[in-house]
Design a binder for this molecule. Structure first.
Ligand code: MN
Length: 160
């Protein structure tokens, strides 16, 4: 169900992206994909249940136009987008012209995360990636009255 939007936007005969399927076990992985589409942006994805307590595991996904915050206390706009299938975590390649999200996708960082908080409006976690090793919060905002707008904030390490 939660991958319906993902399916609707894509023609799997024309894009090399993974087909929609949602396993019921996750490995708490994350990925940041650099997506050189009409605008270069970063897609941040966390492998987790579609909703708190749900059975199906998906990649909860946010498009981060300016990349992840670098300094403690920095905030960047993050727009929530449709859930992606877990297999998308390894996806790199070229989405051909004329398809949704046409452009090049490269993995910028990947690893695992430790979930600290999850509600409908707040997700807090600690990343263990190759580049990113920090604690972040995703906070839902009303910015521009947009249903999908969040901020991603880099937090101080625990105990500091
Ligand atoms: Mn994208």
């Amino acid at each position: 169900m939660s991958l319906e939007k993902y399916k609707k936007k894509r023609d799997f005969g024309k894009t090399p992206e993974p087909k929609a399927k949602a396993p019921d076990k996750g490995l708490n992985r994350f990925v940041v994909q650099e997506h050189d589409a009409s605008h270069l942006h970063y897609d941040f994805r966390l492998e987790m249940p579609a909703e708190p307590g749900a059975k199906e595991i998906v990649l909860k996904s946010w498009a981060v136009p300016k990349g992840l915050p670098q300094e403690i206390g920095d905030k960047k706009l993050a727009l929530s987008v449709e859930d992606h299938p877990v297999d998308y975590i390894d996806f790199e390649g070229v989405i051909p012209e004329g398809n949704y999200g046409a452009g090049t996708v490269k993995i910028w960082d990947k690893g695992t995360y430790n979930l600290l908080v999850r509600t409908d409006k707040l997700v807090e976690f600690e990343l263990a990636g190759e580049k990113l090793h920090d604690r972040y919060s995703l906070v839902k905002t009303n910015y521009g009255n947009r249903e999908n707008s969040w901020l991603i904030i880099k937090n101080a390490p625990k105990g500091v």
